[in-house]
Design a protein. Structure first.
Length: 471
């Protein structure tokens, strides 16, 4: 079993960094060859460069990196190209081509294709040079910060960019941290290259797309919250059709981004709008994006608002159902928090109030009662709603409306000596001896919800009783 020790020199991942870039930086920081560090971290004969590590890092590799660097698992996982799942593409395919991810052309440890791009000026200005995850995305062809085109090869010798291969040139070569920007073949620095300026149309379009990547949605084609994977899939299909129709000579003169900016306004709007509004299936991620867009814009969610801004009905999707449906586990946690309050107080009146709250809200959910109905509830009304009778301990959270009736019956017997003879309401105030009113019920529910620690799940009283127990 391999023993793990924290590396002596710490270099945390940079914002948006590729995992391959980070591993190379760690090796160079320690004055080690990349393969030497890989052996120390993952064991002998554990070469990782005969695959696209940014696509196919195993859970074993990710775990070892976390243990040896002290960086959390989720941070390291976020450095993989898989992190774009649900943002650029719907489903990541580790062993096959995935839409918009540039292939590097693996052949043993060599790279035959130009799948890694970079901005020479970014690398030059970086305090610690590193390669961005965004540079592996096909439609990202320019740097918005410096307004230049990205490069995907050494301009001196034409070799693909492969930072991990630089120290393989000689057994006696021990690299320094800045060697990460050198070409592995001719050793010239990529930062010495002067990239061409990007056109304004490219920058404008790419800005829109990068915003979509950060948000997971974008405003396009009269649709203010188009799901980003749906948009990028439409763009991919459009570009594929475009490349079949335009002569190769013209394609060589323009980037695909420039061409799509010319053609998309004519074809893309109608295509993307149709694709968004009329596709039959709404994925979980798409529903989540639309839901968040509605909440962000209006401060609350409703199905009508979702249809208004997206043209889609997400009310029956799994995401919305889960969002507006409480599990029995959440309800039990809510009621258990009231139990803790009962145990923590020495005040007899407060103890009785907490016990009433527990029974009252359990019965309300079980019978699906509004606050007004709950304030007017009598034991006769309970028996009318649920004729069937059964014995049950109030210590067990009810799972059916029959059990909810049993709670009500138990509570009536328990409070028989505490209530006034003229009070017919099942739930009453221990201070006034009168039926508890709607306003008090609302205040007690809000207090209990806040104490429970699950306010995000129990958003309001209506949601709490909406999907009550089954018969």
């Amino acid at each position: 079993m391999q023993c793990h020790h924290i590396l002596p020199l710490h270099s945390k991942p940079r914002d948006g960094e590729l995992i391959s870039s980070w591993i190379v930086r760690l090796a160079y920081l320690h004055g080690l060859k990349v393969e030497t560090l890989v052996t120390l971290l993952f064991g002998y004969r554990k070469s990782i460069w005969n695959r696209d590590i940014d696509r196919m890092a195993s859970s074993e590799i990710l775990k070892s990196l976390s243990l040896d660097t002290g960086v959390p698992d989720e941070v390291i996982s976020g450095m993989l190209l898989r992190a774009y799942e649900g943002i650029i593409f719907e489903k990541f395919r580790p062993k096959a081509l995935t839409s918009w991810l540039l292939p590097v052309g693996i052949y043993h440890r060599k790279r035959r294709q130009f799948g890694l791009q970079c901005c020479p000026i970014c690398l030059l200005e970086d305090t610690v040079p590193y390669y961005r995850r965004l540079w592996r995305v096909g439609f990202i062809t320019s740097c918005l910060k410096h307004q230049v085109m990205l490069i995907d090869r050494c301009q001196h010798c034409g070799a693909p960019i492969a930072p991990f291969r630089y120290d393989m040139r000689s057994k006696s070569l021990y690299p320094s941290p800045l060697d990460i920007v050198r070409c592995y073949k001719c050793t010239d620095t990529l930062t010495s290259i002067e990239p061409p300026d990007a056109s304004k149309s490219v920058l404008k379009l790419q800005y829109t797309w990068e915003i979509a990547i950060r948000r997971g949605w974008l405003s396009w084609a009269n649709n203010p919250s188009m799901y980003s994977p749906l948009f990028f899939e439409g763009l991919r299909i459009l570009c594929a059709n475009l490349m079949r129709k335009i002569p190769v000579e013209r394609l060589r003169q323009h980037s695909s981004v420039e061409l799509s900016s010319i053609i998309w306004p004519k074809l893309g709007i109608e295509f993307a709008s149709t694709l968004s509004r009329h596709s039959l299936n709404i994925s979980y991620r798409e529903a989540e994006t639309i839901y968040r867009a509605v909440e962000s814009r209006f401060g609350k969610f409703s199905s009508s608002l979702a249809r208004q801004i997206s043209g889609r009905d997400i009310s029956k999707t799994d995401y919305v159902k889960n969002k507006f449906h409480l599990t029995n586990e959440s309800v039990e946690l809510f009621l258990a928090s009231i139990d803790h309050e009962i145990a923590d107080t020495l005040d007899d009146v407060k103890r009785q109030e907490f016990l009433r709250d527990k029974i009252m809200f359990g019965v309300a959910r079980g019978l699906g009662l509004t606050q007004k109905e709950l304030s007017e509830l009598t034991i006769e009304k309970v028996h009318e709603l649920v004729p069937q009778k059964m014995e049950v301990s109030f210590y067990n959270a009810p799972k059916t409306n029959v059990q909810a009736r049993a709670w009500a019956d138990w509570y009536l017997n328990y409070t028989e000596s505490l209530r006034c003879s003229d009070c017919k309401m099942l739930f009453f105030s221990f201070r006034t001896k009168k039926g508890i009113n709607r306003r008090s019920i609302s205040a007690r529910f809000t207090r209990a919800k806040n104490v429970s620690g699950i306010r995000q799940e129990i958003r309001n009283y209506a949601l709490f009783v909406k999907s009550g127990y089954s018969s």
